[in-house]
Design a protein around this ligand. Structure first.
Ligand SMILES: NC(=O)c1ccc[n+]([C@@H]2O[C@H](COP(=O)([O-])OP(=O)(O)OC[C@H]3O[C@@H](n4cnc5c(N)ncnc54)[C@H](OP(=O)(O)O)[C@@H]3O)[C@@H](O)[C@H]2O)c1
Length: 318
């Protein structure tokens, strides 16, 4: 498994980051899904994945913790966690105690003494840029104070923003304190791709979330007519994404034999992308993804072509 460096920092992580959002039941137990999910994480670690994404919001950290507790690789792993402060219902007020609590809770749950990347989410209700951008100054200063304190204590490494939208991304990166960005990115969701060049010039890094667009860009699902009846992508909220996939299939079709492999290779073709946070639920899914992350990626012409389509047709909601 190849490693990449996070911007100009000293953090090197595997090109694939384990995403546990759907990999176990939400409550501790010994059900089939959780057993398989835990085997998937063990398989990923065995094959060289050294980077794990997690959030208390998923309800699946208990299963990550069970795998890591006595794992021989435990001290060689890197963690990225979500820290949403202020959260949707906090009225935009930053609470330093809550920020620290989220970090301390993750350290305990993950049996580690260090979180490498804090993925900061500044939320509002409604979660619009109109509310969030003007609130950056009020949040940023107290956040940096508690972050720096945690850093001095050796508990955290770097701060990255999950901006939700390009307007907030531009404003957050302007503070100069975020070492990079964490955002959805795949051939359909390219909202943040316009930041890649300026961020790279400043030594920033990018963590890609959901390179399969939650599972749509996989061989099982790209042909919607063949979806299992109860599949989550049958829902009409995915109609626009399937329309856009049709456009991409016409434009890129000749280069793509497997969409599962292509989605991984596509997301890794831009050098600013440090690691892909992929939802991995079974050992077979881990093998499929890690086989695709083989260092053999398309050149930037494919990125340019997808970006051209995105710019011509605009974002797709789901
Ligand atoms: N706001 C945030 O910070 C945020 C939001 C969303 C997600 N995340 C993080 O990002 C991670 C990834 O998001 P995601 O799971 O929604 O999207 P994703 O990585 O694009 O898609 C993952 C889904 O693809 C399918 N899959 C995985 N490997 C496969 C393979 N080799 N072959 C075929 N299908 C495969 C699985 O679906 P099936 O098992 O159903 O087939 C899996 O659930 C999450 O686990 C979470 O850690 C963060």
């Amino acid at each position: 498994m190849n490693d990449r460096r996070f911007g100009h920092t000293d953090l090197h992580v595997s090109e694939i980051c384990f995403g546990p959002m759907r990999f176990s039941a939400k409550a501790p137990g010994d059900d089939d899904q959780s057993r398989t999910g835990k085997r998937a994480l063990e398989r990923a670690l065995e094959r060289g994945v050294n980077f794990i994404h997690s959030s208390y919001e998923y309800g699946t950290r208990w299963a990550v913790g069970q795998v890591l507790k006595d794992h021989p690789q435990r001290h060689n792993l890197h963690h990225i966690i979500k820290v949403p402060v202020p959260d949707f219902d906090d009225g935009g007020v930053f609470d330093a105690t809550q920020f620290r609590r989220r970090v301390e809770q993750a350290l305990r749950d993950l049996h580690t003494d260090h979180i490498d990347v804090i993925q900061h989410l500044q939320r509002a209700q409604p979660n619009t840029d109109e509310l969030r951008i003007p609130n950056i100054p009020a949040v940023h200063e107290p956040m940096m104070a508690v972050f720096e304190k945690l850093r001095e204590e050796g508990k955290v490494g770097y701060l990255a923003t999950f901006p939700y939208a390009p307007g907030f991304a531009a404003a957050a990166m302007k503070t100069g304190d975020f070492r990079g960005m964490v955002a959805y990115y795949n051939p359909i969701e390219m909202e943040m791709a316009g930041f890649f060049e300026p961020m790279a010039a400043k030594g920033r890094g990018f963590f890609c979330i959901r390179p399969f667009m939650a599972g749509l860009l996989t061989d099982r699902r790209v042909d919607r007519r063949r979806l299992p009846a109860d599949d989550r992508f049958g829902d009409e909220r995915w109609d626009a994404a399937y329309d856009r996939l049709g456009t991409l299939q016409s434009a890129l079709g000749e280069d793509v034999t497997s969409w599962t492999a292509f989605a991984i290779k596509f997301a890794l073709c831009h050098p600013i992308v440090t690691s892909l946070i992929v939802g991995l639920n079974t050992p077979a899914q881990v093998d499929g993804v890690l086989d695709a992350a083989d260092g053999n990626y398309p050149d930037l012409k494919v990125f340019d072509k997808a970006l051209e389509i995105f710019r011509a047709q605009g974002p797709v909601s789901n």
